[in-house]
Design a protein around this ligand. Structure first.
Ligand code: HEC
Length: 144
């Protein structure tokens, strides 16, 4: 690995660890981080049913950073779950998994007593950002 890439990765991990330490106990009470989607085709107001960016390399890299900033604290670094929340590498690939992914990322999840266990991201990050995260996760897909 090039030193600069290594140094950047090291800093990213260090920052995430610091973040994790302060945020892990504050479930459901998380500040969404903006995701810059410059370089992706804009999608307009209508919600897409299927991932418009599938296999798009730009979407994978934008999605990777969007995931690490917004989802990793619960779903695990590099999408490898530490057991706090489901392992998102196992989500169905392709159209079959798109609908469930969008349902969860837009609406979040609550326990039956109404406690938020995953925040809703609709209105906080763009549709483009959501599909970029989906594209990243598909690139990490793992068989059960
Ligand atoms: C505060 C913790 C938390 C954060 C942050 C979070 N999630 Fe979740 N997520 C959960 C939990 C807990 C569940 C399981 C919900 C359930 O059991 O109904 C879940 C479920 C899901 C599911 C359904 C998984 C399945 O196997 O059914 C998807 C998809 C998902 N999350 C995507 C995301 C994405 C993408 C992000 C970031 C944009 C994110 N989550 C951020 C806690 C979180």
């Amino acid at each position: 690995m090039h030193f600069r890439a290594f140094a950047a990765a090291f800093v990213a991990v260090a920052l995430l660890c610091a973040h994790f330490a302060t945020q892990v106990l504050a479930h459901g009470d998380v500040t969404p981080q903006p995701i810059d989607t410059a370089g992706l085709d804009p999608l307009g107001d209508e919600w897409r049913k299927h991932n418009p960016y599938r296999d798009n390399a730009t979407a994978i890299s934008i999605g990777a950073s969007g995931y690490n900033q917004n989802c990793a604290r619960c779903h695990g670094l590099e999408a490898i779950s530490g057991g706090l929340a489901p392992d998102l590498r196992l989500l169905d690939k392709g159209d079959a998994g798109d609908e469930w992914f969008m349902e969860r990322i837009r609406n979040g999840a609550k326990k039956s007593d109404g406690t938020t266990i995953m925040p809703a991201f609709e209105g906080l990050i763009s549709q483009e950002a959501m599909w970029a995260v989906r594209t990243y996760l598909e690139s990490k897909f793992t068989e059960q």
